[in-house]
Design a protein around this ligand. Structure first.
Ligand SMILES: Cc1ncc(COP(=O)(O)O)c(C=O)c1O
Length: 386
């Protein structure tokens, strides 16, 4: 048997391999602090869990979900975007529920790219973008995200001949892994650029609800005419503390929504009906819990920022996401080597920046998905280690 060559062109998701390493260390009795995990340690609100549990007991909940109309969920998603951003989407043609946003952001490449087509992808970035481009036979054209540009892509530095050949451009703010944020002016410039070169904009916005210090993340779809230019992904995973539920969605351009619906009509049969009901409960219910939850992340952020500064590592206080993107300590150059040295030395795992792309080298990422005491403990261990 010979597996397809295309599997050699991208790596498996790093988290999966590291979970095995960390589980083994724990089994050996090590007190491991895993600061790599982008998965909230807090749970979804009561009304969401109740709705899911109740729906599971209904005898008609267990059929192929496509036998049910997903319209009410699409309407709830559209209503949320209207309430949150003033963006109006037609629930039938401009909204698509997904099995986690990763479902859509991996498969969208099969809708937008023919073999050899260029996709502009941020570097560093969430790894599924590159894997998705590669599996669709496309070519990744990296857009460096540099500190001096606030970790935003410099659109003017993309050579016009590359822009003319590109079919799609990925953007993700608030950003994983850099924790950088964008304002609406960035999206306006992006829209102008995308219109000029006829490139589809794909905005990934799963951290939209995790913002601090008065910052509210905008949506690309708020820009006038954005629906002609592209789509936006969002998700309940981080916003509603429910990564394990696999509930996400895509909104925007009608043709892209129709194309991805076609792909998904073969690759899955829609979302488990009780999850649809629980997602509706989440989107239409109270979002008060987010205030307290975000205050919790903000406190954690401050503890880690202060802790790193004590270690001589200068980091900015991010306005969004639950990540800290920090430069390596002075004298260190290889993020992978350093992160494994730290893991060996003090059983604290942080993700090497190089795992997110060449321009991530020189950095590491910390996830704030542990109680504040545990984060403080990790910082104390790091200070002693250094
Ligand atoms: C930038 C980014 N996009 C998408 C995802 C996937 O989210 P979901 O759980 O909705 O598949 C993640 C998850 O960490 C992410 O960081």
């Amino acid at each position: 048997m010979k597996l397809a060559n295309r599997l050699n062109d991208f790596d498996a998701y790093l988290g999966t391999a590291m979970n095995l390493v960390l589980t083994k260390m724990k089994e050996e009795g090590k007190d491991v602090i895993n600061l790599g995990l982008g998965d909230p340690d807090v749970i979804p609100p009561e009304h969401m869990r109740r709705s899911l549990a109740d729906a599971c007991y209904a005898s008609d909940s267990h059929h192929y979900p496509s036998f049910y109309s997903p319209m009410p969920l699409k309407e709830a998603i559209a209503a949320w975007y209207e309430e949150q951003y003033g963006v109006k989407c037609d629930p039938e043609g401009e909204v698509l529920p997904l099995l986690g946003s990763a479902d859509g952001l991996f498969h969208i490449h099969t809708c937008l790219l023919d073999v050899g087509d260029i996709a502009l992808v941020p570097d560093p970035c969430y790894p599924a973008y590159k894997a998705g481009v590669t599996i669709a036979g496309g070519a990744v054209e990296p857009m460096p995200l540099l500190k001096e540009n606030g970790f935003l892509p410099d659109l003017d530095s993309i050579p016009p001949e590359t822009a003319q050949r590109a079919k799609m451009i990925w953007v993700n703010y608030p950003n994983n892994p850099t924790a950088a944020h964008a304002d609406i002016r960035f999206y306006e410039r992006l829209a102008e650029w995308a219109r000029k070169f006829d490139v589809a904009v794909v905005s990934d916005n799963p951290y939209s609800e995790i913002c601090f210090d008065g910052y509210c993340a905008p949506s690309f779809l708020q820009v006038a005419g954005a629906k002609e230019l592209g789509v936006e992904f969002n998700s309940l995973s981080k916003a509603f503390n429910s990564c394990g539920w696999r509930v996400g969605f895509m909104l925007g351009n009608r043709d892209i929504v129709a194309a991805l619906t076609k792909i998904k009509s073969h690759s899955d049969r829609g979302m488990f009906y009780p999850l649809q009901l629980a997602a509706m409960a989440a989107l239409t219910g109270s979002k008060e819990f987010m205030k307290e939850r975000n205050a919790m992340y903000r406190e954690r952020r401050d503890v880690v920022v202060e802790g790193l500064r004590k270690c001589g590592i200068n980091v900015d206080r991010p306005k969004g996401t639950f990540y800290i993107w920090a430069p390596l300590p002075k004298g260190e150059e290889n993020s992978k080597e350093w992160c494994f040295k730290v893991l060996d030395g003090i059983a604290v795992w942080m993700i090497p920046g190089s795992m997110y792309g060449k321009c991530g080298e020189g950095y590491f990422r910390i996830a704030l998905t542990h109680p504040v005491e545990r984060l403080a403990e990790a910082m104390t261990r790091l200070l002693n280690f250094l």
